[in-house]
Design a binder for this molecule. Structure first.
Ligand SMILES: [Zn+2]
Length: 272
């Protein structure tokens, strides 16, 4: 009897430990937290996905937003950071992870927010050749856990949730991709998903490159042909923002992303 009691006690402590060290804040908040009304109003007004989400996913999104805001540092570059900015940036990040009932991005430390797109002078080294170019930058994801976002473009991306363009979703998809230390278009996956992921993603990537080579328009934006990492980020934007069309026109791509994100955005549109 005593032994049974001791085992039970150890088990309870073990479970409590796991609960607290893995996403403790997120889980506690989901259980007990009250999402501020003010935050809810920002989402209702500026984040149309919020109104489409089924109730249980909405609850997860709220808990993740709360956790994300508490854990990350938001730095304004020529723009004041307020609660609305934090909530809407966190909403993009969290939408990508709620399918697994988690608040990811352990490695993301800081989010730098600029009022609008910045010009970036870039040197690209390719063998002996270094190309220099000016690039308009809407956002950027760094391996060290920094995210750069143009506030104007983030708002525009969220305001139209059906055009397949969303810089917030794009940059946080890069962060998920980089969780295993490499920006290669393959985020950490469940083991059994790797073979199908690599076969479908490389097939779709090659197909898209081929189309644009022949000057035909693919379902995904041309930018997706840059490399595998951009293909995954752009496909993520389409998965959430053009879900029904993606499901119809590229069913394999939709299905693998649906499995990875454990979400089915095409079904949310009925809630519109
Ligand atoms: Zn990108």
């Amino acid at each position: 009897m005593l032994l049974f009691g001791a085992i039970l006690l150890i088990y309870v402590f073990y479970q409590a430990f796991i609960f607290l060290v893995t996403d403790g804040r997120y889980k506690l908040y989901k259980l007990l937290g009250h999402f501020p009304k003010k935050y809810q109003e920002y989402l209702k007004a500026y984040f149309p996905f919020y109104n489409r989400l089924p109730q249980h996913l909405r609850k997860r999104l709220e808990a993740c937003i709360f956790t994300f805001i508490k854990e990350k540092e938001f730095i304004g570059r020529g723009i004041k950071i307020d609660d609305m900015k934090k909530v809407l940036i966190a909403a993009d990040a969290c939408l990508l992870t709620i399918g697994h009932d988690r608040c990811e991005y352990k490695h993301v430390k800081s989010i730098f927010v600029y009022p609008e797109a910045v010009m970036k002078h870039e040197k690209i080294a390719n063998g002996w050749i270094v190309t220099e170019q000016d690039q308009v930058l809407l956002g950027e994801a760094w391996q060290g856990g920094e995210v750069i976002l143009s506030w104007r473009d983030l708002v525009a991306g969220n305001q139209n949730p059906n055009d397949g363009k969303n810089v917030g979703l794009h940059e946080f998809a890069h962060q998920l991709d980089m969780e295993d230390g490499e920006a290669d278009g393959t985020p950490p996956l469940p083991l059994q998903l790797y073979p199908r992921w690599s076969s479908i993603m490389s097939k779709e990537f090659a197909k898209l490159q081929e189309l644009y080579k022949k000057h035909k328009k693919g379902f995904l934006d041309y930018y997706a042909t840059t490399n595998a990492a951009e293909f995954f980020a752009v496909a993520t934007e389409a998965f959430f923002e053009k879900s029904e069309r993606l499901q119809k026109e590229e069913p394999e791509l939709y299905a693998i992303l649906k499995e990875y994100y454990n979400l089915d955005p095409a079904s949310w549109n009925k809630n519109r």
